[in-house]
Design a protein around this ligand. Sequence first.
Ligand code: NAD
Ligand code: IPM
Ligand code: MN
Length: 359
Amino acid sequence: MAKKIAVLAGDGIGPEIVAEAIQVLSFLNSDMALGLSFETALVGGAAYDAFGTPLPQQTLNLCKNADAVLLGAVGGPKWEPLPHAVRPERGLLGIRSELNLFSNLRPAILYPQLAEASTLKPEVVAGLDIMIVRELTGGIYFGQPRGIRLLENGEQQGFNTLVYCESEIRRIAHSAFKTAQKRNRKLCSVDKANVLEATELWRQVVTEVGKDYPDVQLSHMYVDNAAMQLVRAPKQFDVIVTTNMFGDILSDIAAMLTGSIGMLPSASLDANGKGMYEPIHGSAPDIAGQGIANPLATILSVAMMLRYTFNETAAAERIEQAVDTALDAGVRTPDIYSEGMTQTSTSGMGDAVLNALKG
Ligand code: NAD
Ligand code: IPM
Ligand code: MN
């Protein structure tokens, strides 16, 4: 049976980086007879321009009928003046929500070759391997009511709602504990329980769920401290579990530990292993169209897809190994460039990974 992948390149650098990831995946598909098939669709600003909506019904249907989704990135200055309901970002949020992709895994791993590319001291980041488990379909991103209203005094008020129900916290907690069990069995739950009731409940429920996982060492940390600790001593962490918005912010911080946001892949999973795979970065409007974006986060997202949705561990490892070999060869996109290396383009980096795969 064909395993279907919906490919949504999106906006900005999205099409540039997705092309490189598809090149790698297509090669492995024939080389290892993986039986994958691809179908493309529009999402985000590109979909808005064509259909007046960032998530056309046919795109959503394609995603629902696929086994996995590969997404580039959405958004850009062109669409910023649009009303929120049709902004490109709503397309992405719509897929996450409609497909129930509540568990977002964002691994931050430092490739030793990039220790010099990190803005932190090499000894602080050497050997870094942490996993952020971000709740992805709840919290302040989706809470109602939300909007901008006119107050009686004539001024406008913007409002959003941070809500979490027990069941939402419980399922992401299970996901995080299970992830920790496969790693170093250390889980740090990050919240703001000292101020926000929604995360006071978060802490309670995570603690309760922890009783089912006595082999995992659970700790709790406030998000402000966690942001500081990630920069001070990131290797104290193994797995971090946190809310939607805190996870968004902390994963961008963690990305920089690895040298560049262009290095961080992600998997967004439902309860059955179906998933959407995307780099954690955005559409990078400042470099879009220049052919210099780093495609490695997207290529590594494809490795996560092979591992988590298709159980093709050997294929996933081949990609990760090929990225390692490409970095060994000294090629670098500008974001991870350091002295003595060879600067290359998006396609140059994609080709380096492909050549490493071909051996
Ligand atoms: P961004 O992640 O797009 O860019 C931040 C900085 O990182 C920029 O300087 C950019 O050039 C750089 N960067 C990002 N990816 C890179 C890569 N692969 N290689 C080299 N450099 C890279 O964040 P932003 O500028 O805050 O947002 C731009 C747009 O992207 C916004 O519309 C935002 O909503 C959207 N966005 C989308 C996603 C997504 O689709 N998943 C994620 C984040 C932001
Ligand atoms: C991410 C992005 C998205 C988020 C935006 C584009 C909706 O920043 O995937 O990290 O905030 O989740
Ligand atoms: Mn983000």
